[in-house]
Ligand binder design. Structure first.
Ligand code: F3S
Length: 377
């Protein structure tokens, strides 16, 4: 990979910056990148102490670097204010805060959300280095920005250097669809993504019978990226690059989705990815239909920024025994491990709750989830 004189000098420093350059150069060489390109924004995932552990914490401490571009970070393992209520113990909280302080010292904004695009919306064609598969697929597909599916470490390296290797989805022709997916019924997008992700190879372009909302596109992408190695999709007549390429001849038709979940939920969770303002309002409207309080543990997750803008909705939900947590989620927090079976509407949570938290899962639409919490029988 071609490096400028300045970039070569960074490699020779023998410090945290040179380590970050080494990571980017190694990545660029593996994927045949021509050179590095500047980015405007990095988003780093894997910041829960549950994921990083002591070894990661020590590595980060020793790095001693600062970020050269706007850098946001993914959810941590707890709500920073309400961790006791979540059942998080003191020692975990201490380690989590230590970790977040290292990121803060490096210059990260402690956004602690997987929906950084609600805070800072990248523009069409903008180059990013984002980890967090649900955010990557949203940025590429819905916003037309350009990012590969980075790991937490490569996104951090890019944040320090302010650049990323030019390969993959940074190059227009690599964003072309490979397979047309004709969707014949009105499936919930999250479950469609969850099922289709593992069944297709390459980039899908969907044909739906109706227009999807941004929240539905978000849910479709999160589901797709959780079960498949997908980082971009297109939707005919809807997403910004759908007509930049030929429609592929390979085609599948989806007219049936079989789901095989079966357990009796002791908790209900929503907000994977973190809830938008509209999604919080939808939950509020549904909860209003029920008298009394939630009868099952009902946890919902959103970002601090959405929470702060939706104070009245949050207060109402809290008064109905719906816990609205920020900074974390059901998947990255160890708090979820106490449950036997969790009901969720999220394709991503259906994939990762069993794998990472050892919890059984059952799918419900957003409406099913509210009903299950308020009127369980
Ligand atoms: Fe976000 Fe956690 Fe789901 S980080 S996408 S809410 S697994």
């Amino acid at each position: 990979m071609f490096l400028t004189k300045e970039e070569e000098k960074l490699l020779e420093r023998n410090d945290g910056v040179s380590k970050c350059m080494e990571i980017l150069v190694a990545l660029g060489e593996i994927f045949g990148a021509e050179r590095l390109i500047p980015i405007r924004h990095s988003h780093i995932s894997g910041v829960s102490y549950q994921n990083i552990g002591d070894e990661g914490l020590e590595w980060l401490k020793g790095l001693n670097v600062s970020f050269a571009v706007k850098t946001t970070i993914n959810p941590a393992g707890m709500d920073l204010d309400r961790w006791r209520e979540m059942g998080i113990d003191e020692s975990f909280a201490k380690k989590q805060m230590e970790l977040l302080n290292i990121f803060k010292k490096m210059g990260a904004e402690l956004t602690l959300t997987c929906t950084p695009y609600y805070i800072y919306m990248p523009s069409f064609g903008e180059h990013l280095a984002w980890s967090e598969s649900s955010a990557v697929i949203y940025a590429n597909s819905v916003l037309g920005a350009r990012t590969n599916r980075e790991s937490g470490i490569s996104a951090l390296a890019s944040a320090v250097i302010g650049k990323t290797p030019l390969y993959g989805l940074h190059i227009k022709e690599n964003r072309a669809p490979d397979i047309l997916v004709k969707v014949e019924s009105d499936f919930e997008p999250e479950i469609l993504g969850y099922k289709i992700g593992s069944e297709i190879d390459g980039i899908p372009i969907f044909k739906f019978n109706r227009k999807l909302s941004d929240d539905e596109l978000k849910a479709l992408g999160a589901g797709l990226a959780s079960t498949g190695n997908v980082a971009i999709f297109h939707v005919i007549e809807q997403t910004p690059e759908w007509d930049h390429f030929e429609i592929p001849s390979e085609k599948i038709v989806v007219d049936d989705l079989e789901l095989e979940f079966d357990c009796d939920p002791d908790a209900v969770t929503l907000g994977c990815p973190h809830l938008s303002k509209n999604e919080l309002v939808r939950i509020y409207d549904l909860v209003k239909r029920f008298d009394g309080k939630a009868k099952k543990t009902f946890w919902v997750f959103t970002s601090r920024s959405v929470y702060d803008e939706m104070r009245e909705v949050v207060e109402f939900l809290e008064s109905k025994n719906v816990r609205v947590f920020r900074d974390t989620c059901m998947v990255v927090s160890p708090a979820t491990e106490r449950f036997e079976c969790v009901m969720t509407n999220s394709g991503k949570a259906l994939t990762y709750l069993p794998k990472l938290r050892g919890v059984r899962v059952v799918y419900g639409t957003l409406e099913d989830c509210v009903r299950a919490a308020f009127s369980p029988h």
